[in-house]
Design a protein around this ligand. Structure first.
Ligand code: ADP
Length: 331
């Protein structure tokens, strides 16, 4: 599809280039031919004063022949020029067409990958629900307790599906174009996110220590609270009970760096570059049955950061802990 679109675009570009080149050549030919005629007539008129009528005729004929030759020469040159424009323009048009279509092709591929990944993730809980219900229906001695168990299990899978679809929706809406930014205090944002994650932290007896100073950044409040909540949620999920999570910030030139540090399981060096990809979960996290997400959190966090004109990095040592650093433009 993209190959034929590139060819069609190439033809359009080439048609425009050739139309301009031919118009330009035609005008050049017309002007040059007129100029040659004018010069010859002037010369013949001038020599008319010195030469006799016969000599003058001969001279006029000679100059007319020369002018015809010059015109033919000019025509040949312009034809060669246009052939060169056609060849060079064709190659340049094709390259330009490919470059124009590249981002569209990339976006389409990414959309297709996204749909394929999402359907793949949706299938697991759906298959679980289907299998459980089919098995239960085939059992003639199904009692009330078993039905209650089945419904509970179904509800668990539905909750997973809901979380997944919410994550997908946030990922689809979460970035792309630059968000509407305002100037806000990062301390307030850190406090709001800490409050949001307080219950999850309490359940695991994890203490979130928030020492964020009052720095002003350019951002969007909801997006920033969500971003910080994702990082805090991960810090809680991937840290042992009773540990601490620190939230700090510092200002460097025109940037505010927000740091979320945990002393949890850490991330292997070879996985550091992959964790921001959607649906990526480390082997260690997949192996754990509890607290599992779908590998969408950091992809959403990255999208939010990018849409605010910032970026996000991670420093981690396996078995010791991780620090996620969010760089935001200072106000
Ligand atoms: P999820 O937490 O739902 O699996 P994320 O996109 O938030 O998805 O994280 C992707 C992966 O990155 C996680 O599965 C985990 O392996 C790793 N990870 C993220 N945050 C941390 C952290 N603070 N400590 C250790 N590993 C982490």
């Amino acid at each position: 599809m993209f190959h034929s679109a590139a060819l069609r675009l190439t033809l359009w570009y080439l048609a425009i280039i050739m139309a301009l080149s031919i118009i330009f050549s035609g005008m050049l030919y017309r002007l040059s031919a007129d100029e040659l005629d004018r010069n010859v007539n002037r010369q013949i008129g001038y020599f008319n004063n010195f030469l006799g009528p016969r000599e003058n005729d001969n001279y006029a004929q000679l100059r007319q022949t020369q002018v015809s030759e010059d015109r033919a020469h000019l025509r040949t040159n312009l034809i060669i020029f246009n052939i060169l424009v056609l060849a060079g323009g064709g190659a340049a048009s094709y390259l330009l067409a490919r470059r124009t279509l590249e981002p569209i092709e990339e976006a389409l591929k990414s959309q297709t990958r996204f749909a394929a990944d999402a359907s793949h993730e949706l299938r697991t809980p759906l298959t679980a629900i289907q299998t459980e219900n089919e098995v239960a229906l085939r059992d003639p001695k199904l009692n009330k307790a078993q039905v209650v168990g089945l419904l509970k299990s179904n509800l668990e899978e539905v909750a997973k599906l809901k979380a997944l679809s919410e994550g997908l929706l946030r990922l689809a809406n979460g970035g792309g174009q630059m968000r509407d930014t305002v100037i806000l205090d990062i301390k307030g944002i850190a406090e709001a996110a800490t409050a949001r994650m307080a219950k999850a932290a309490k359940l695991k007896k994890i203490k979130i220590v928030n020492k964020t100073p009052e720095y002003w950044v350019r951002g969007e409040p909801d997006g920033l609270v969500e971003l910080l909540s994702i990082l805090l949620d991960n810090a809680i999920k991937y840290s042992p009970a009773g540990s601490r999570v620190n939230v700090t910030a510092r200002k460097h030139h025109r940037e505010v760096q927000l740091r979320i540090t945990d002393s949890g399981q850490g991330i292997a060096a070879e996985e550091l570059s992959k964790i921001f990809e959607r649906f990526y979960r480390s082997e260690q996290s997949r192996a754990k049955a509890d607290g599992g997400g779908y590998g969408l959190g950091l992809a959403i966090a990255k999208k939010i950061t990018d849409s605010l004109g910032g970026h996000i990095e991670v420093v981690s040592t396996l078995g010791k802990g991780s620090t996620f650093i969010v760089y935001l433009p200072a106000a």
